[in-house]
Write a protein that binds this ligand. Structure first.
Ligand SMILES: Nc1ncnc2c1ncn2[C@@H]1O[C@H](COP(=O)(O)OP(=O)(O)OP(=O)(O)O)[C@@H](O)[C@H]1O
Length: 255
């Protein structure tokens, strides 16, 4: 039986700047089952990154709470890996040494961590760039290095904020498939933010469509058979009808 891993209760987030207050999230309640792959789909500015920061324990909510394994989350947790939208690679370390970071923190011996990191660098398609510094990489390559670094920590829960947005179509597809393989083998719980309907349907077994200030417009179980490939999905009537349903929800939420 599935159990709830991550839960938000009446979550609210307000930002104050000068005399202005921005409400980024209001009354947001959601339960995420352990081992599930949930995609959060929403337009720019609807509060997706704000929500992930809260789920990662990086920021404190203005109202409500986040619960992880039925404990109130009060700060970052090593079980939760977070791939943020902004670059957080260490500029003074090459790719391999960046990827080794989480292993170093855990005290893994240097030969072993080098081996694990090299394998991950290879999996994200960065072989040959092990010693390149972040400034010597393209934006997409930096995203991939960050992905490898997150995976090196072997977190049970992955929070991913539009990780593949900046990649070309081919690479994007390869990494989506890599992520799905990883999830199917490892049983992680994934919360994946995207504004791309097709990506949400390709990956998730549940899609939550968010509107303004994190209003849940639609919460839909996706039981399209796996493995899913973009090419076969596009002509699948079930996919086409889900696509229309999600697009309508997004449009209505914008009104
Ligand atoms: N640190 C902050 N200070 C002030 N306002 C903020 C801050 N972070 C977010 N906001 C505001 O909160 C709202 C939601 O922002 P958020 O980044 O969560 O949206 P998003 O859905 O992730 O957008 P995008 O898809 O463009 O990344 C926006 O109106 C934004 O201006």
């Amino acid at each position: 039986m599935m159990s709830t891993l991550l839960q938000t209760k009446d979550l609210g987030m307000r930002f104050a700047k000068d005399d202005m207050a921005t409400v980024a999230l209001r009354d947001f309640s959601l339960s995420i089952e352990e081992g599930s792959f949930v995609t959060l789909l929403g337009r720019s500015g609807c509060g997706k990154s704000t929500l992930l920061n809260l789920l990662a324990g990086l920021t404190t909510p203005s109202e409500g709470e986040v619960r992880y394994r039925d404990r109130k989350l009060t700060g970052p947790d090593t079980e939760i890996g977070y791939l943020t939208q902004s670059d957080t690679l260490m500029p003074w370390r090459g790719v391999l040494r960046n990827v080794e970071m989480p292993l170093e923190i855990r005290g893994v011996a240097s030969a072993k961590r080098r081996e694990i990191a090299a394998e991950l660098v290879n999996r994200v398609g960065l072989s040959g760039f092990e010693n390149h510094y972040p400034r010597e990489l393209s934006g997409g390559m930096r995203r991939r290095a960050s992905l490898a670094r997150m995976l090196a920590g072997n977190p049970g829960t992955l929070l991913m904020d539009e990780p593949f947005g900046a990649l070309d179509a081919q690479l994007r597809m390869e990494l989506q498939q890599e992520l799905l393989r990883l999830w199917q083998d490892g049983g992680q719980t994934v919360v994946f933010v995207t504004h791309d309907i097709e990506e949400a349907l390709l990956l998730g077994d549940r899609v939550v469509v968010l509107g303004k200030i994190g209003a849940i417009l639609l919460d839909r179980t996706i039981d399209l058979p796996r493995p899913r490939s973009a090419d076969t999905l596009r002509v699948d009537p079930e996919f086409v009808s889900l696509h229309t349903e999600l697009a309508q929800a997004l449009q209505e939420g914008a009104r």
